[in-house]
Ligand binder design. Structure first.
Ligand SMILES: Cc1cc2nc3c(=O)[nH]c(=O)nc-3n(C[C@H](O)[C@H](O)[C@H](O)COP(=O)(O)OP(=O)(O)OC[C@H]3O[C@@H](n4cnc5c(N)ncnc54)[C@H](O)[C@@H]3O)c2cc1C
Length: 574
């Protein structure tokens, strides 16, 4: 099946905060270039940036500083972050928020004096989270999408990227192969620069928060292209996923961090508050600590009717909760819970991947022509992402990538693709269209959920990780042998589900591999057999290429463990 072809100068995969910021910045820097945003869903309607609830971390207040935001990010990340990337995040977040309000039309909540209101998020030493009520992402993505729509930026919607295609010399990127989901036909887009911004997404866990279009496709493509992925063992669990039973897809969706930030309590099945027993910051401890404490409490069997725990806000005053968290109150009411005055069942839920493609300060990668930004990239957050630093990451590095790609492509011609690579990629996608016994993919998905939740989840050990590798390998073999029952390729969702699972299993194997290699407990990664965090001074991150994992030392380019950029306030960030 020979693909159709087309050319563009800059090709952007994904239309979240990273993809749309990249498109706008590339267009502003070089309006003469052709720019195409290709996306699995509809532009402005998919991905996780739209789902951002709590808000955007940025040091705006006079009493706050980028140094303080930086130290919170480094300490929160257990000293595994690339410090130059983290510095870029905190310093450019200030510019991006101004751009969002003053150029792109966002309007964030205000204080009575007209300054931007910033709320508390866990793990931060200052209230710095900018927001629009508790539905901040809709404000950001709607305004970004409008700006993209009015510019000469091409869109390929419902186009799923399936492989990065190298040039004939095998050393640089020529473009990307897609499936047009509406027809099932293949399309090869030749591009001088490509941005990987498909947003990762740990949807291989039983309970998860990200949007259903996110199935680690970008990371799986990067792996196949031989790129190094770092920090892949670092999967963040958000403590408060809604738990409303197996009959509703609302189970697993997130109740925002601001609830704990505002003073919400977590209670066990006996309705007792337990967090003060686990950490001095109680519910306001970082997500990893709270999720682990919840998991421990659940292991004791001290659970709610659905097997989780409760969040309680009523002591803060139901009217105030209703006013401050309107969206959350309505979401809980949809599932029969009264967030303002009663108890809501919650469970830790897989939320974010700190790991991703190793990339540079200009978002370039080891494959010339390929750039990465947002949740597909690794190194900014280290072992743990602070709530509010995710959307800052995607918008900051999306903009950096847009500027960098516009400059990069100017002297670079289009490269011709290796036709053998295109054929091989098409062949791999066509594999399930053959005669044979077809069955439902649901059991494969359920097995994946169970193995990742039980053995590669909040608490891990060597034996579980080894068993997980074997089970994941068996799932890979099951998928290889699978036949799609319906050969009609137009909107063939079983076929896409198969492709989704292929990406998820490939990336799950890398998570398990990295988790087995890290013999200590840091941030989101906890090993029951190695519960200590090890020497911070000797911090190293995992890096995986071609199925091999290596440990690379962290360079403390700005601050070393035990030091601070905040003179006189060392205790606060230790
Ligand atoms: C419920 C929820 C609440 C959150 N709340 C906050 C918060 O309050 N503050 C915060 O900082 N962070 C929050 N986050 C995290 C934040 O949403 C992400 O960090 C960030 O938005 C990721 O941006 P991105 O551009 O990398 O990816 P996304 O916004 O997820 O966009 C990814 C895009 O890639 C597309 N795509 C995927 N696969 C393919 C493919 N194969 N081909 C083509 N396109 C593809 C998707 O359709 C989508 O358009 C939250 C996340 C969730 C799930």
């Amino acid at each position: 099946m020979a693909p159709q072809t087309r050319d563009t100068d800059i090709l952007i995969l994904g239309s979240g905060g990273a993809g749309l910021f990249a498109a706008l910045h590339a267009h502003k820097a070089a309006p003469e270039l052709s720019i195409t945003v290709a996306v699995k869903g509809l532009l402005g309607k998919c991905g996780c940036t739209r789902m951002v609830q709590g808000g955007y971390n940025v040091a705006l207040a006079r009493e706050d500083s980028v140094e303080r935001h930086f130290m919170d990010t480094i300490v929160g990340g257990a000293w595994l972050s690339d410090q130059e990337l983290a510095w870029k995040l905190v310093s450019l977040a200030v510019e991006r928020v101004r751009e969002l309000e003053n150029e792109l039309g966002c309007f964030f909540d205000r204080n009575p004096d007209g300054t931007i209101h910033q709320k508390a998020f866990a793990g931060q030493t200052f209230d710095r989270t900018v927001h629009k009520g508790d539905l901040t992402g809709i404000e950001i993505i709607n305004r970004l999408a409008e700006q993209v729509w009015v510019r000469r930026i091409e869109r390929l919607e419902e186009h799923r990227a399936v492989d990065l295609i190298k040039a004939k010399d095998g050393k640089s990127l020529a473009g990307v192969l897609f499936i047009d989901m509406r027809t099932g036909e293949y399309l090869f887009v030749r591009a001088r620069a490509v941005l990987l911004a498909t947003g990762g997404g740990p949807t291989m866990y039983k309970y998860h928060t990200p949007s259903g279009d996110k199935t680690c496709d970008g990371l799986a493509m990067a792996l196949r292209a031989g790129l190094a992925l770092r920090d892949m063992e670092m999967v963040q669990f958000h403590p408060t996923g809604l738990l409303a039973g197996t009959h509703t897809r609302m189970t697993g969706t997130v109740l925002e961090e601001g609830l704990r930030g505002a003073g919400g309590y977590l209670l066990n099945g006996a309705k007792e508050r337990f967090m003060p027993r686990y950490d001095s910051k109680a519910e306001r401890a970082t997500r990893d600590l709270v999720s682990r404490a919840m998991f421990a409490e659940m292991k004791k069997g001290n659970t709610t009717p659905h097997g989780g725990l409760y969040i309680s806000m009523a002591h803060l005053g139901p009217a105030e909760v209703r006013k401050q968290f309107k969206g959350m109150v309505e979401r809980c009411a949809d599932c029969g819970f009264d967030l303002a005055g009663g108890l809501v069942e919650v469970v830790p839920t897989a939320h974010y991947m700190m790991g991703g493609v190793e990339f540079g300060l200009d978002c370039s990668t080891a494959l010339p022509g390929l750039f990465a930004a947002g949740e597909d990239s690794g190194g900014v957050h280290g072992a743990n992402r602070l709530g509010g630093n995710g959307v800052a990451n995607s918008t900051v590095f999306g903009a950096v990538a847009g500027d960098a790609m516009a400059a990069w492509v100017k002297p670079v011609p289009h490269r011709d693709p290796d036709p053998v690579a295109i054929d091989a990629a098409v062949c791999a996608c066509e594999r399930p269209f053959r005669t044979g016994k077809s069955a439902s993919l649901e059991p494969v998905r359920d097995k994946l959920y169970e193995v990742m939740w039980d053995k590669v989840g909040i608490v891990r050990d060597a034996a579980g990780l080894k068993a997980a590798q074997a089970e994941l390998q068996a799932l890979e073999a099951e998928l290889e042998a699978y036949c799609v029952p319906n050969a009609d390729r137009a909107f063939n969702m079983t076929w896409h589900d198969w492709l989704n699972l292929k990406s998820l299993v490939a990336v799950s194997r890398v998570i398990a591999l990295a988790a087995a290699a890290r013999c200590d407990s840091r941030g989101a990664h906890f090993r029951a057999d190695f519960p200590e965090c090890g020497s911070l001074e000797a911090s190293a991150f995992t890096s995986i290429t071609h199925g091999m994992v290596s440990m690379k030392p962290v360079a403390f380019t700005r601050v070393a463990p035990g030091q601070t950029l905040l003179h006189g306030v060392q205790n606060e960030v230790a």
